[in-house]
Design a protein around this ligand. Structure first.
Ligand code: PHE
Length: 342
């Protein structure tokens, strides 16, 4: 086969393969095959030495033309492919500026915050101020100043989380009573919401961390009737007017007399169901008249002043109010749960 024929053959072969090459990769393969160092065209140049001188100009021209053509064809198609790619990319990234934006998911208030704020509002409307105390307490404020004796079971390691010999995590908000009485003289009218701790295992109805709202009123001539009136208004507002309240005699070392407060069952309305253990009543707080010893330990003369105090579990009130059956739901912060309180 002479070189002319070979040139033609290479030309045809290129055109055939070129017809099939539609992506950059195949084009690059073609470039290497035809224009590369050991490519077909290079080899044809190599053969130029062995042809008669008079044919050289013509064949040389032919060969140059072939090389240029191949180069040009490859370039043009590569450009086209790149253009296509760009177009496609633009198409994919097209944005419709008239579409509504993605909404930012906003949080919602935690049911505990909702109930706490509602309780605060109720008491503030009755003239109470909000007081605070530390969560790390000492034995004096948590127990001794509240007339809780040395050998009282509440002081036991089993119930109280001690930090060391002196400090502990407060087991109730009642120490705020003492701190308030030490700082201010009557008339006193405060509530103290806050976190409290007990050495309890976490289950559906117990948690080692929960919340209480303490109340304390001290003035001259404060009576048990004032306590009843205050609590009845609070229960009416938080649970609804249809609910009744009852005071059941009880015992707390820091109040005398003491009473536990029950609200008529929010599920069965007093008929008896599993929530209220068939009693028709749900216990919601402890209360009583401040013990004279507690007043005098805080330098308030029990002959001139009297007072009442109460302490309720905020978590329990939230569970009852919203019909939640597991206290753990209040701590897990599952958005599906929390969203329901918007
Ligand atoms: N501190 C008590 C408790 O945690 C509740 C209480 C407060 C009782 C004030 C009477 C008066 O159980």
């Amino acid at each position: 086969m002479n070189i002319e024929e070979t040139i033609n053959e290479v030309k045809e072969e290129f055109q055939e393969m070129f017809a099939e090459a539609h992506d950059s990769e195949s084009l690059e393969k073609l470039r290497i095959r035809f224009l590369g160092k050991n490519g077909r065209v290079k080899k044809l140049y190599g053969k130029m030495g062995s042809i008669p001188d008079e044919s050289k100009p013509v064949l040389g021209k032919e060969l140059n033309k072939l090389k240029q053509q191949i180069t040009r064809q490859l370039e043009v198609r590569q450009e086209k492919i790149e253009e296509e790619k760009k177009k496609q990319q633009l198409e994919e990234e097209r944005i419709d500026v008239t579409l509504p934006g993605t909404r930012i998911k906003t949080g919602s208030q935690h049911p505990l915050s909702l109930v706490t704020e509602e309780l605060e509002d109720i008491f503030i409307s009755m003239g109470f101020k909000i007081a605070e105390g530390p969560e790390v307490e000492d034995e004096y404020y948590n127990f001794k100043a509240l007339n809780i004796p040395e050998d009282h079971p509440a002081r036991d390691l089993q119930d109280t989380l001690y930090l060391d010999d002196l400090y502990l995590l407060r087991t109730h908000t009642s120490p705020v009573q003492v701190r308030t009485m030490e700082k201010t003289k009557p008339p006193i009218k405060i509530i103290a919401p806050g976190r409290v701790y007990r050495a309890d295992e976490l289950d559906a109805s117990h948690s080692p961390v929960f919340h209480q709202l303490e109340g304390l009123v001290v003035d001259d001539k404060i009576t048990f009737g004032d306590l009843k009136g205050t609590i009845s208004i609070m229960v009416e507002q938080i649970f609804g007017e249809e609910h009744s309240v009852r005071f059941r005699p009880s015992y707390f070392p820091f109040t005398e007399p003491s009473a536990e407060v029950d609200v008529s069952c929010i599920v069965c309305e007093g008929k008896g169901c599993s929530l209220c253990s068939r009693t028709g009543w749900l216990e919601i707080m402890g209360s009583g008249m401040v013990h004279p010893k507690v007043l005098s330990m805080s330098d308030i003369d029990p002959r001139s002043y009297s007072g009442f105090a109460f302490g309720m579990g905020i978590d329990r009130i939230a569970l009852l109010k919203y019909g939640i059956d597991d206290i753990r739901l209040l701590q897990e912060n599952d958005r599906r749960f929390l969203q329901q309180f918007k």
